[in-house]
Design a protein around this ligand. Structure first.
Ligand code: ADP
Length: 563
């Protein structure tokens, strides 16, 4: 309650300010009380000279307390000390020195130092100077032109005792305040120290936890000084990029950028620059060239810290995600393969049903005709046509079986004598070739042997030779088909050359597609060259075609040849 009256109801937040305000109020009360006590003493002793001064002192004490309550600390302090100094000076210069009024100069000096301490130390010292100067003037100077009180000996004794006690009390009050402040700041320092120790421990713990977490993620950490273009990296970061940590933990940004994969570099720089401008986090997947020249995939994640307006530092981590990326790539490949298979299956079902149905419908028609006739000649014709249709269907079924075998069966390599194999193929087509007046020639080393999958190579040769015979040119009198085989290094080159009808240029890149027929003359399924291409893929080989309309075609097959 008393505090509320002295300092106002509004709380003073700062503990220091509160203590000083309280002291100022106490000193104001003390000054007023001293004046009050003296009024009684002087009246009792019949000394009336000082009474107006004391009353003025009481009024000014009240002003000091009011100003202090309104937080006008400087003004309140100045009035307090000016009043106190003036009163002390007045009494000291009028009284005899035995009156003991000089004690108060000690109190005013001490009060000046303490009261002005939080406001202005210089002002405090100036007031100490004022007290000393007034004391000197009072002691050595002329008496004031005011009539001195006519006191008796007992008045002097009482004055001395009261001045001594009140002067001492003021000094004790100041001293107690200083000790209290000192103790409090010591306590707060001690508290701060304990808090600091606690925080240091906490920091150590969180550093350990962070180190453990970083170790757990196997991440390389970096701090990038954006303006200086320097990157400070952890030793794990250097390990990841294949550097030794002995080379120092500072890297030039440009060196790091030069290690980025050319396909990832521009995109990555743009992405990070954008994040820096916006002060956002960033996450990027990119390849770095390691010290040994290999590229590996990494995930770079970072956050940009802003100092003032422009961002200066980015901190981030680098994680090796190469294995994950590889798995992803494999998955993508598998997906693409699946998509291709699905597409082929769709086309296969569509074309197969069409190719099977067409000869069946013809067969049905021919059978109906055969039922209706008794003419042996007509019947023979129908039978021949039926056999023709059946062999077309048989050919189709054989091709489908070849295709399915190629996809299903594992590679089965063995030493194959090329001449024997080519002779076998030639013999199986001898009849057809003769029928079409085609000279079927072989050009190869009779002792040539390579390690390959014999069944698959047979399928390839059968298809190519069959086509070369099938698409012969009726316009030419000398027709030929040549089978040439040669080996250079680890490559076996097989050429099937004919002087048949040739293939129009615009169809040449489509003839290897499933069910693609490039000629009216074709009564096949359009599967032959597709099977050849697929089979060669399994053998790690390839095929190309050179053809000119009306001149002929050359198919070149290359397969790996282990001798
Ligand atoms: P098919 O022979 O059953 O029609 P292929 O896949 O074996 O199917 O051949 C695709 C197309 O390529 C044929 O329809 C034909 O037009 C053309 N072709 C293939 N080989 C030759 C060749 N030696 N001479 C001319 N055209 C050919």
């Amino acid at each position: 309650m008393i505090r509320d009256i002295l300092l106002g109801e509004e709380r003073i937040v700062s503990r220091n300010e509160y203590k000083y305000a309280l002291l100022r109020a106490q000193l104001g009360i003390l000054l007023g009380s001293i004046c009050f006590i003296y009024i009684f003493i002087d009246i009792f002793n019949g000394v009336l000279v000082y009474l107006p001064w004391y009353m003025g002192g009481i009024a000014l004490s009240a002003l000091v307390i009011t100003l202090n309550r309104n937080r006008k600390y400087l003004l309140s302090s100045i009035i307090l000390l000016v009043t106190a100094n003036m009163l002390v000076f007045l009494i000291a210069s009028l009284e005899d020195t035995q009156g003991g009024a000089f004690f108060y100069f000690m109190a005013t000096s001490a009060t000046s130092l303490v009261v002005f301490n939080p406001i202005s130390k210089r002002l405090g010292i100036a007031f100490v100077g004022l007290s000393i100067a007034l004391a000197a003037v009072a002691f050595f100077g002329e008496r004031l032109p005011i009539p001195a009180p006519e006191g008796n000996e007992s008045y002097e004794k009482i004055s001395f005792t009261v001045n001594f006690i009140l002067g001492l009390l003021s000094c004790i009050l100041i001293l107690l305040f200083v000790m209290d402040r000192n103790e409090e700041s010591e306590r707060s320092l001690l508290g701060n120290q304990e808090e600091l120790e606690e925080l240091t421990k906490e920091l150590e713990k969180s550093k350990d936890r962070f180190a453990l977490a970083v170790e757990g993620t196997k991440a390389g950490i970096y701090e990038w000084d954006i303006n200086a273009g320097k990157v400070y990296v952890s030793s794990r970061f250097k390990d990841l990029l294949g550097f030794s940590s002995n080379e120092g933990l500072e890297m030039e940004l440009e060196i790091l950028r030069s290690m980025m994969h050319p396909e990832d570099k521009d995109r990555s720089i743009r992405l990070v620059d954008k994040a820096i401008k916006k002060g956002e986090t960033y996450q990027n997947e990119l390849r770095f060239r390691l010290n040994d020249g290999r590229y590996r995939w990494f995930q770079d994640s970072g956050i940009v810290s802003k100092k003032g307006q422009s961002p200066k530092v980015a901190v981030g981590s680098l994680i090796d995600i190469n294995d994950r990326k590889q798995v992803e790539q494999e998955l993508r490949n598998k997906n693409a393969e699946l998509e291709k298979t699905n597409e082929e299956l769709d086309r296969f079902v569509y074309s197969a049903s069409h190719d099977m149905r067409a000869p069946l419908t013809t067969l049905q028609g021919l059978l109906n005709l055969a039922i209706l006739t008794y003419e042996p000649k007509e019947l023979d014709e129908y039978h021949e046509l039926m056999i023709n249709r059946i062999s077309t269907m048989e050919g189709f079924i054989k091709e489908v079986t070849d295709y399915s075998r190629n996809t299903r069966l594992e590679i089965n390599n063995s030493i194959v004598n090329i001449k024997d194999l080519v002779e076998e193929v030639k013999n199986s087509f001898e009849f057809l070739a003769n029928e079409a007046c085609i000279d079927l020639k072989i050009d190869l080393d009779p002792n040539l042997e390579i390690k390959t999958d014999k069944d698959r190579l047979t399928v390839i040769l059968n298809n190519l030779v069959s086509n070369a015979i099938k698409y012969h040119d009726e316009e030419k009198s000398k027709r030929f088909v040549k089978i040439q085989v040669s080996v250079t290094g680890s490559r076996c080159l097989i050429r099937i050359v004919d002087n048949g009808i040739g293939i129009p240029t615009e169809f040449q890149d489509k003839i290897f597609d499933m069910f693609y027929r490039a000629s009216e003359k074709s009564d096949g399924s359009g599967l032959g060259l597709y099977i050849v291409k697929e089979t060669l893929e399994r053998l790690n080989g390839n095929i190309s075609c050179k053809s000119e309309l009306h001149l002929g075609s050359t198919f070149e097959v290359i397969i790996p040849a282990e001798m």
